[in-house]
Design a protein around this ligand. Sequence first.
Ligand code: MG
Ligand code: ZN
Length: 227
Amino acid sequence: MHRTKVRVVEDVLDANNTIARANREDFDRHGVRVVNLMSAPGAGKTSLLERALAGSLDGVRVGVLEGDVQGSFDADRLAGLHIPVTQLNTDPGFGGECHLDANMVRSALPALPLEELDLLVIENVGNLVCPAEFRVGEDVRAMVCSVAEGEDKPLKYPLMFRSAELVVINKIDLLAHLDFDLDKFLYHLDQVNPGVERLLVSARSGEGVEAWRQWLLGVAMWAEAHA
Ligand code: MG
Ligand code: ZN
């Protein structure tokens, strides 16, 4: 019985990967590079996007696909940036899922102006568990972890930390007020994803935001080099 259960999960993930490949082909055909941005709720994904995209991104045309269970609070915040923002809610229609999967993103493709974009950031539903299991057609994965979450998180959610190409450590302006041990966090991070690129930032103070912006720019530039 146990083996049967495992098999069902594998089939679901196989089906997801097939749709994710189809999404990626569509993105590639339009020359759009895609970042899957993940974190726990409240780590600062939207704030970091607001900060990085507030000015022009050196002519790179950016759009955001905003994943949430309900509502459009984050999309409304980003609307002020005057870039294409598309809201994707997992409730209704997808049972209020706590992650985005390839099929949900596929359903949003007709609403995305792909021909007008060089870079698409998909802000996933805030959750450190299942988003890491579902490819959605992205080129790269970035995750945000705030220092308010504690230095044990890489060990508690290893799949998330292992599957990211970039780890953004946010809210460093709070370090002086917390017991968070940054060295210990980085040690744990290297245990699950040795040498992974990491940025220390504060969306609040702006510290490190330029490096984050440059990273996004680099993903988009990679598109031009390969177009
Ligand atoms: Mg958000
Ligand atoms: Zn989920």
